[in-house]
Design a protein around this ligand. Structure first.
Ligand code: APR
Ligand code: ZN
Length: 230
């Protein structure tokens, strides 16, 4: 199992041109979470919910991974068994950077899934076909995204990766959904990179703190990780 966990959020993709959620001008300033991303909204507000995710899918089609995604994937290629890449992001920037071994805690935009069974389909950047039903059980299909108030089955894997984690690297998350302070406690050495301090993260838990763009922090983070990898 891996020794270094690289845990990311929307900030790692900000410089690729993908909106974060809670920064000024972020997605949750323009859209109401309760309407399009909360348990039950597929029943009460189906069309608007599906359209929101169609737009997100369309938005990432031409986006490219930045230096942070590329460097993280490069380190993973060099030390595949020592690095776990775990993200709250639903975009495919790490995949576009060349890695398919990514744990997406909150789902994956390119996929739709059955509301009832385990059927999952990659529709890339297309609109979800409203007429299509599950080929296995005839139920409705939906974006493969974890909405607020829904179970997040991948969290179990997150904790498995943390069990033998020695170094915890956190990049681009406010800590509003997942308690970053708590995750960091599993590791002996901790690195934090955000654009600015978050009142939900206690920087005193971290050995190295970089408040700057992920693309300028990543060379320094890479250098620090080297001493744990040699
Ligand atoms: N480089 C580094 N960090 C950045 C950058 C950047 N260029 N731009 C923004 N950030 C940081 C901000 O300082 C902030 O701490 O990224 C963080 C973005 O926070 P949020 O918008 O809250 O995103 P995130 O923490 O990923 O949200 C968690 O909330 O809505 C849900 O499911 C959604 O996975 C998402 C979860
Ligand atoms: Zn089904």
């Amino acid at each position: 199992m891996s020794k270094i966990v690289i845990f990311s959020g929307a900030g790692v993709s900000a410089e690729s041109g993908i909106s974060t959620f809670r920064d000024s001008d972020g997605l949750w300033e323009k859209h109401n979470i309760a309407d399009i991303c909360t348990s039950g909204c597929l029943q009460t507000n189906r069309e608007e919910t599906l359209s929101f995710y169609d737009a997100r899918r369309n938005d990432i089609e031409d986006k490219e991974p930045n230096l942070a995604h590329k460097t993280i994937v490069k380190i993973k290629e060099q030390y595949p068994d020592k690095i776990s890449i775990i993200t709250q992001n639903v975009d495919d920037m790490f995949e576009k950077a060349g890695c398919s071994d990514i744990l997406h805690l909150h789902g994956f935009l390119r996929e739709i899934r059955c509301e009832k069974c385990s059927y999952v389909e990659d529709i890339a950047y297309a609109k979800q076909n409203r007429d299509k039903i599950c080929p296995t059980c005839n139920s409705k299909l939906r974006p493969n995204i974890v909405f607020f108030g829904e179970p997040a089955p991948k969290y179990e894997e997150l904790y498995k990766h943390l069990e033998d984690c020695e170094v915890f690297v956190c990049i681009g998350t406010s800590g509003a959904v997942i308690n970053v302070d708590m995750l960091s406690q599993w590791a002996e050495y901790r690195i934090l990179n955000n654009l600015e301090p978050s009142n939900l993260i206690n920087e005193e838990y971290f050995n190295e703190v970089y408040y700057e763009n992920a693309t300028t922090a990543i060379p320094k983070i890479e250098e620090s990780l080297q001493k744990f990898l040699d």
